[in-house]
Design a binder for this molecule. Structure first.
Ligand code: AVI
Length: 329
């Protein structure tokens, strides 16, 4: 993306700064080849979010079956004044996985941060969404960083020294991390926000298997298309030859591990070429594409404690399907 081109520049508001720290294709290739060489085969969930994947994810969020988005939005809307009071005025807000940059809008008016940093792997969507945010909030300094969770923000960006740092991590994306990685992520957030800082984080809570299974098998088929789109992406970007009609979406709740698992099942025995290598699939063999862990409030708070946060507060909905936590010291 060449943002310095005159045409592009004219559409970038003055209060927006864009930084591209996206992982290069070579590193994606390495991760894909490693994942497909494992048994069981895996692919990293960040591959979901190319342009089409981001569109499909937005479609999922709008379905009746996928309750997390609307439930979290309701919590944020109802509790915005309390959450904003907990955050305090004039902070630097850093949102990981900002996507369409919608949820933070619930908090901006009352928390009035001095700077908002949005980080997301899906560059086109991020630039479009942060441009519209910067136009809508001309008083706010907006920085959009194209990159994944490992982007070294502080090495690339000078954050204001004295403002309180608040990470905003809605959507229960923490559920897509393995529990140890989730704890490490919270530890890194704690180091980034420092003494006095905190994190507002959305967490999907444990509930009935029927509700969970339906959320990842929506009747419209958006989740299936989202899952299969990964193979279309590999065909395009890594010169792969997956025949999408020979793979099927599978999603189910694993009760023992308290997680939804998403897989792509090969419907027949076959060989597929990816990045110049050949991978064989038995009939029924799956590629494990995502885990989405579901927490209990106590389980999540004890993980936050292990990560070093010693104070927490939770806002939830009447059915206690979703929790928005504020963790700080
Ligand atoms: C982004 N993440 C929190 C979603 C989830 O629910 O785990 C991704 C998703 N996968 C299928 N549907 C939604």
């Amino acid at each position: 993306m060449n943002l310095s081109a005159p045409l592009a520049r004219r559409h970038i508001p003055r209060n927006l700064f864009v930084l591209d720290l996206a992982p290069r294709t070579e590193s994606i290739e390495r991760e894909v080849v490693t994942g497909l060489s494992r048994l069981p085969k895996t692919l990293p969930p960040k591959l979901f979010y190319d342009r089409r994947g981001a569109e499909l994810f937005n479609a999922i969020c709008g379905t009746r079956a996928y309750y997390p988005t609307r439930t979290e939005n309701q919590i944020l809307e109802l509790s915005a004044p309390e959450i904003a009071a907990a955050i305090g005025l004039g902070s630097v807000m850093i949102e990981y996985g900002a996507g369409e940059i919608e949820k933070v809008r619930h908090l901006l008016q009352s928390a009035r941060p001095s700077m908002y940093v949005a980080l997301d792997i899906s560059g086109d969507q991020l630039v479009r969404a942060s441009t519209s945010l910067a136009f809508a909030y001309p008083w706010l300094s907006v920085v959009s960083v194209i990159g994944d969770y490992h982007a070294e923000l502080e090495a690339e960006l000078t954050l204001p020294e004295r403002a309180r740092r608040i990470v905003f991590f809605p959507g229960s994306t923490i559920g897509n991390f393995e529990p140890d990685d989730a704890c490490d992520f919270l530890r890194r957030v704690r180091a980034l926000v420092g003494e006095g800082g905190g994190i507002v984080i959305g967490v999907d809570l444990q509930k009935s298997i029927e509700v969970l299974d339906l959320a990842y098998n929506d009747p419209q088929g958006y989740t299936a298309a989202f899952n299969l789109n990964v193979l279309a992406r590999l065909n395009r970007e890594l010169d792969a030859d997956f025949d999408l009609s020979t793979f099927a979406h599978r999603a189910f709740y694993n009760t023992e591990r308290a997680r939804i698992e998403m897989h792509l099942a090969s419907l027949r025995e076959q060989r597929v070429r990816v990045a110049g290598r050949s991978f064989s699939f038995a009939a029924g063999e799956t590629i494990h594409t995502e885990n989405s862990y579901k927490y209990t409030p106590d389980g999540f708070v004890s993980m936050a404690r292990r990560a070093g946060f010693n104070a927490s507060r939770m806002w939830t909905d009447p059915a206690r399907w979703f929790g928005v936590f504020f963790l700080h010291n």
